[in-house]
Design a protein around this ligand. Structure first.
Ligand SMILES: C[S@@+](CC[C@H](N)C(=O)[O-])C[C@H]1O[C@@H](n2cnc3c(N)ncnc32)[C@H](O)[C@@H]1O
Length: 275
């Protein structure tokens, strides 16, 4: 139960390391403004749940210069990379092997709990959110990026990527027991847990706001990591899934083209009276 990770192979792939780097470069400049709105002081305790290679943990540590940050993940390769990359922050930033289903950390330990790009990839996201709430201090904040694969839009070319997005995430979700529309569903999970001051915002990764090369690097990494499994779960062949990804990349790189990925950013406060 503690290490359910149906995408373990893809998460460990070299293409995922590239993807996390490009995603952070695309998303953080808009995300940081949303985090500033929480009005948190510089010396807080932060958890980055499912920290991967430390893209979020390191940026949070820099944003809150007196904070202490704990990044947890179940992929040791990612944790080792994060420790090497952010060795200069080691006095304030730790990376530990822990499962976000069962953190084995005391209740009410953190002022800010981030969980970026994880909840769409694992079964029972409601259990994980409840565990994150448990370790958040009363009055503390949850900051989630719950992806939603109905929020990507590309122009048609040789093939129409809409056909891919209409079919593949639904089949993939069924076969892995994961919710690839968690972005639109997370509000309901927050309400069920009695959280307050819920906000839903969007980072807009599009060809106007984000350098085309950065956006294209994300989709290229997805193609390299996911074209094969997308074919396994759907009616498409690997050639077809690759062609859909290639059309998305061509669309993004075309100076006359427009493409967008709406990335949900969900936040809520744990009620102050909560024990
Ligand atoms: C797409 S990556 C996101 C990494 C990072 N949050 C970021 O924004 O760059 C998802 C991460 O969740 C981790 N993960 C999956 N299941 C987990 C679990 N049960 N406990 C801890 N981490 C988990 C994966 O190993 C992977 O590193």
């Amino acid at each position: 139960m503690t290490d359910l990770n149906p995408q373990a192979k893809h998460m460990a792939d070299e293409s995922m390391v590239r993807n996390l780097d490009a995603q952070a470069r695309a998303i953080w400049p808009q995300e940081v403004e949303l985090i500033r709105r929480y009005g948190l002081p510089p010396d807080i305790q932060i958890l980055d749940a499912g920290c991967g290679t430390g893209e979020g943990a390191s940026r949070l540590a820099e944003l809150f210069p007196q904070s202490r940050v704990l990044g947890v993940d179940i992929l040791d390769h990612h944790l080792e990379l994060a420790r090497r990359r952010y060795a200069a922050l080691a006095s304030r930033v730790r990376f530990e092997h822990r499962s976000i289903y069962e953190l084995d950390l005391p209740d009410a330990s953190f002022d800010l709990v981030a969980c970026r790009h994880v909840l769409h990839s694992i079964p029972f996201p409601d259990r994980v959110i409840a565990e994150l709430v448990r370790v958040t201090k009363p009055g503390g904040r949850l900051h989630l990026i719950p992806e939603d694969y109905g929020m990507l839009h590309f122009q048609k070319g040789a093939v129409d990527p809409k056909e891919f997005w209409d079919e593949v995430p639904a089949r993939f979700g069924e076969q892995t027991q994961t919710d690839l529309n968690i972005g639109r569903n997370v509000f309901t999970h927050f309400v069920a847990l009695g959280l307050e001051d819920i906000t839903m915002d969007y980072v807009v990764v599009d060809t106007v706001r984000v350098p085309r090369e950065t956006f294209a690097a994300i989709i290229t990494a997805w193609r390299d990591g996911y074209a094969e499994v997308s074919a396994e779960v759907s009616r498409f062949s690997v050639e077809q899934t690759t062609a859909y990804f290639n059309q998305m990349i061509a669309n993004i790189l075309d100076p006359k083209g427009y493409a967008t990925w709406m990335v949900p950013v969900a936040s809520a406060r744990v009620p102050r009276g909560r024990r």
